[in-house]
Structure formats: structure tokens, C-alpha cells
Write a protein that binds this ligand. Structure first.
Ligand code: C5P
Ligand code: MG
Length: 287
């Protein structure tokens, strides 16, 4: 089954044999030793649909009617400045990291100024173009059915992300979320973001702050990791006594410039693949 999926034209691997060996040993160990750790934006959600970019959690809010036109302009300007830096392979992570902190911090400050009401978030998500990748029902449903824990680890906005999967009917009890959560005052108006900021290049620190979660999952040393950014590669750094890890990377944008870097760090690279077909094929093989 997965062999057929691995022949899809969107699939690239530096070392196919290594992938097959990892999968074989994960299959032998059994699905009760497996956990899945996935990024959210542009990994579980689509990057594009009919030629148009799909929104990230932040974009869902940025584009909504809860944000003034003036603020929208500023948020767009931030996106246009910092997103090219986020995906620029010619700059090192060390160089990009403080700039990413600036982006997230400035965007969150702008959002807080907008006095966003908690009770309107569901409507904002309903009216947005948020789209999970094709095959998401099978993906979430299969993990739920086999009681395989899914950690969604996102530098997006937890409240929005949860609403997207709730409205899609896939926020099953085996799903946990690490993300940036909004903090509301007593009248339900956004006043800040809670806890340590998670941005695209500090997921390792975020993972290490959540030792309790990984301690609970210590009987599951086999990990399927899914991301779309090179920053997502550290999401499993908190996993205890890891035995096998298979990393699947969605390469959505700037394909030619980034392909080698992705092939060097992800075991399977999915190029402009808007579906979850390959992860689903792998999950069916492993369970
Ligand atoms: O879920 P994930 O970790 O992928 O979420 C982070 C994504 O959100 C980044 O890839 C970034 O491009 C996007 N972002 C955004 N607006 C911001 C900050 C981040 O769209 N203000
Ligand atoms: Mg992402």
C-alpha cells in the first residue's frame, strides 16, 4: 500500500531504502508504540486551492471583519516583510530567529489592540477560507480509531486552530495541541497571549517545556513527524527514549531553492502535494 503511495509523482526521498527500513521496524513494533507529531499551518491545512493561497491561523484572524482596515494593512505589511525571510534558505536560523520573534510579537500586539471577542472566533473561522488537506477525515479518524495520540504543535493561534478542527468534526480525544493561546479578560476580550511564545524556530524549546506530555507517552517511542518548515524538525525533541522517527515534509513554496535542504533533513518530501494521501498510506501500513 505505502509502496504505491511512495511512487506518487509528488514524493521525493534521498534514501528510499532507509525510509522502508524505518517503516518496517515501526510496523513490527506495532501501532501501540506509535505517536504522531504534526505542525498545523500548511501541513494539516492546505497551502493553496485553485491557485489561491489558503490562510494560516493568523491569516484567518487578519482577514476577518474583527480587524480594522488600518490594522489589516499593517498585518499584511508584516507578512510581506517577514514571510520571505521565514522561507529564505540563504539565511541561517540564527539570523532569522530574532526577526521571527519580531514578527510574532508585532502581530500579536496589533491583534491585542483590536479588542477581539472570544465569542466571535467561531464565526470568524466559519466565514474563513481555512481548509484542511484532502484526506483529513481519514487521517484524524484513523488515528482516533487506533487510539494513536496526535500532537498538533503549532506556532499559529491555538484558539483558532482548535476551532478549525472542531468545525471539521475531527477534534477527537486523542488530539493534543501545543500552540499560542489567547488570554481574555473577564468580559471575553483579548488582552494578551498566554505563556511562552511559540514561533517557527523555537519548537525545540516548546517541546522541552512540555515534558509531562512526553512522559505520558513514553511507551510510544516511534514517531511520525509532519511539517512544512525546517523549524518543524525539532518538534519531537521532547520524545523520551525515541526508537524510530520518520519525518515527512511538505514543500509548498520556493520549491527549487529549498528542495535540497528539505531532502537533506526530511525522510520523505512531498512537493506541492495538497493531500494527506502519503501520510494516510503510511498510517494504513503501520496499523
Ligand atoms: O502552525 P505553524 O507552526 O505552521 O504556524 C506558523 C505559521 O504561521 C508560519 O509558517 C507563518 O508563516 C505563519 N504566520 C502568519 N502570521 C503571523 C505569524 C506567523 O501567517 N503573524
Ligand atoms: Mg507550518
Amino acid at each position: 500500500m505505502f509502496n504505491k503511495k511512495l511512487s506518487n509523482t509528488t514524493v521525493f526521498m534521498k534514501d528510499r531504502e532507509r525510509v522502508q527500513n524505518i517503516l518496517q521496524s515501526m510496523m513490527k513494533a506495532g501501532s501501540n508504540t506509535l505517536q504522531v507529531i504534526s505542525d498545523f499551518d500548511m501541513t494539516l491545512t492546505r497551502f493553496a486551492h485553485n491557485g489561491n493561497r489558503c490562510p494560516t491561523c493568523h491569516n484567518i484572524l487578519d482577514n476577518s471583519k474583527l480587524i480594522s482596515d488600518e490594522c489589516k494593512e499593517k498585518l499584511t505589511e508584516l507578512f510581506n516583510t517577514y514571510y520571505p525571510i521565514e522561507i529564505d534558505v540563504s539565511r541561517s536560523v540564527e539570523e532569522k530567529l530574532p526577526l521571527m520573534v519580531d514578527w510574532w510579537t508585532k502581530a500579536h500586539e496589533l491583534l491585542v489592540q483590536q479588542k477581539i471577542r472570544k465569542d466571535l472566533l467561531a464565526m470568524v473561522v466559519r466565514e474563513s477560507n481555512a481548509m484542511l488537506r484532502e484526506g483529513y477525515q481519514l487521517f484524524f479518524g484513523h488515528l482516533h480509531e487506533h487510539s494513536i495520540p496526535l500532537l498538533i504543535f503549532s506556532a499559529g493561534i491555538g484558539d483558532i486552530l482548535e476551532e478549525v478542527i472542531r468545525q471539521a468534526g475531527v477534534f477527537h480525544p486523542n488530539v493534543n495541541v501545543f500552540s499560542n493561546y489567547m488570554d481574555f479578560d473577564e468580559s471575553g476580550v483579548l488582552k494578551a497571549f498566554k505563556g511562552e511564545l511559540i514561533h517557527i524556530y523555537n519548537k525545540r524549546e516548546g517541546a522541552l517545556l512540555n515534558t509531562g506530555h512526553f512522559q505520558e507517552l513514553r511507551t510510544r517511542p516511534n514517531v511520525l513527524l509532519m511539517g512544512d518548515s525546517l523549524g518543524d524538525l525539532t518538534m519531537a525533541d521532547g520524545v523520551q527514549d525515541m526508537e524510530n522517527i520518520l519525518k515527512i515534509g511538505f514543500l509548498n513554496d520556493k520549491v527549487e531553492e529549498r528542495k535540497q535542504a528539505y531532502l537533506d533533513s526530511y525522510d520523505i518530501v512531498l512537493v506541492k502535494d495538497e493531500t494527506l494521501e502519503v501520510p494516510n498510506g503510511i498510517l494504513l501500513y503501520l496499523t
